[in-house]
Design a protein around this ligand. Structure first.
Ligand SMILES: *Cc1c(COP(=O)(O)O)cnc(C)c1O
Length: 451
């Protein structure tokens, strides 16, 4: 208690000359926030500072608070779509489009030709229709929102049939049975974990059935004695039973053929529609390479029903998303695929990556830092192509002294933080996901982090 009484109040400190000087340069709310942080820390640790040490800490805290909270990092993990690191980096043109709209008024829900109100998702619907062959398209906050909305609007109070092998968890709390409960639709599970047949779906259809839901197994593989039913036979079944909809949670909806890039074929958005899905939900920031968004594509009557539901208003996207998404789609329309960072990273040849890793190694050697090169593999990640790897060459940092995890931490402590991975007690850095222009910062971080 004596110790706590020794702590000055926030108000007292603000009135001291140091507090007044900091306030003039940084504003009173920020300085109050910094002082509060420092006093809280003293209270927690039980060690009261003298005035000079305390003002040094407050000053450092003020500087830290003035840095942007959301900071860029260098992704050297080799995982292209890393959810914790913000998934797909936007194309420069898409980011510019968002920045141009951010500080201005815009045609978000206004048609200048008529002077009437427009609909925000119409700004991207035409491009989505052209690119996918869908009759109608709309956009909401993310794919999870798109799935929740379609189940709520189309199946609330009725039954939805899902194969047991597709009751997935995507991560971050997206579990299909829970989304289903939240929507008010009743989940009817059919088949088994490893095998589900068309007859299982057929036998489960009743007058209470609103839809069959097919969920893409986007982040795991089931191998061995397995069987699942493709969209096409499910579409025929749904149609034959009249009034049953076929919904598809596709997740990472690609507009390009991953097989053309030496990867296994990931389902593409147009395939899903061609195979007869009435409504497809997909993410904007996975293989599409755009901003976070949930695309809804399908039959016009179904899309209209979904977007008329009042939940659509709660899940709607912001103008920055619309601007970035519209420009991302334009890059597909003009076939400027190289401008999409995700696809440039997928397309990077093993030779070009090896050259880059070699150049890193030479530059490090020049300043006396030793590193090795090793053949390894990158992953697409983010719910795309589970288990599939892209061949790469990584830089291996040997830690003669200290542990690999300490080195990894020192790389993270750099500004910008460098995120790598550990394999067999060694730190690996994959050039594939290090964006053009980040090489110097990466090498500086390594030089400082190496003992
Ligand atoms: C990633 C994924 C989702 C969730 O998408 P978000 O855009 O992150 O909301 C849903 N379903 C599947 C199959 C996915 O792969």
């Amino acid at each position: 208690m004596a110790m706590l009484r020794a702590l000055p109040s926030v108000h007292q400190l603000l009135e001291e000359p140091e507090g007044a000087a900091l306030t003039r340069a940084n504003g009173r709310p920020l300085v109050r926030y910094a002082i509060q942080q420092v006093l809280d820390e003293e209270r927690r640790s039980g060690s009261v500072s003298d005035g000079i040490a305390r003002w040094a800490r407050v000053s450092a805290s003020v500087q830290a608070l003035r840095l942007p909270r959301l900071r860029p990092v260098i992704n050297a993990t080799g995982v292209l779509l890393h959810t914790n690191l913000g998934r797909a980096p936007l194309a420069a043109a898409a980011a510019d489009a968002a920045a141009r709209i951010a500080t201005r008024y815009s045609t978000l829900e206004f048609d200048p030709a008529t002077g009437r109100r427009g609909r925000r998702h119409d700004l991207v619907a035409d491009a989505l229709r052209h690119l996918t062959g869908a009759e109608a398209a709309a956009v909401v906050n993310n794919c999870a929102a798109a799935v929740l909305l379609m189940l709520t609007a189309l199946a609330r109070g009725r039954e939805v049939i899902v194969g047991r092998g597709e009751l997935v968890e995507i991560g971050g709390g997206f579990r299909m049975p829970e989304i289903m409960r939240l929507s008010g639709a009743r989940l009817v599970e059919v088949g088994t974990t490893n095998r589900t047949r068309l007859e299982d779906y057929a036998a489960a259809i009743t007058p209470r059935t609103a839809a069959i839901l097919k969920v893409h197994a986007s982040n795991f593989q089931v191998v061995g004695f397995t069987e699942s039913v493709d969209l096409k036979p499910l579409a025929d079944l749904a149609r034959a039973r009249g009034g049953v909809l076929l919904l598809h949670d596709l997740g990472s909806g690609s507009l390009l053929d991953t097989a053309a890039y030496g990867l296994p074929a990931e389902p593409q958005l147009p395939d899903s529609l061609r195979d007869g899905a009435d409504l497809v939900a997909a993410s904007g920031d996975k293989l599409l390479g755009g901003p976070q968004a949930g695309l809804l594509l399908g039959r016009k009557s179904v899309v209209d029903r979904v977007m008329k539901h009042s939940l659509a208003r709660a899940l709607r996207v912001d103008k920055l998303t619309i601007a970035a998404l519209a420009t991302t789609l334009d890059l597909y329309l003009i076939q400027s695929i190289d401008a999409l960072p995700v696809w440039a990273m997928i397309a990077a040849s093993p030779e070009s990556i090896a050259r880059r890793a070699t150049a890193w190694r030479s530059r490090l050697l020049e300043i006396g830092v030793e590193a090795e090169l090793m053949a390894s593999s990158s992953a697409v990640g983010g719910g795309s192509l589970p288990g599939e790897r892209l061949p790469t060459t990584v830089l291996v940092l040997a830690t003669r002294r200290g542990r690999a995890s300490d080195l990894l931490k020192r790389l993270r402590d750099h500004e910008p933080p460098v995120i790598g991975r550990i394999e067999a007690e060694r730190v690996l850095l994959d050039p594939r996901t290090v964006l053009p222009g980040e090489d110097d910062a990466l090498l500086e971080a390594i030089a400082r982090a190496m003992p």
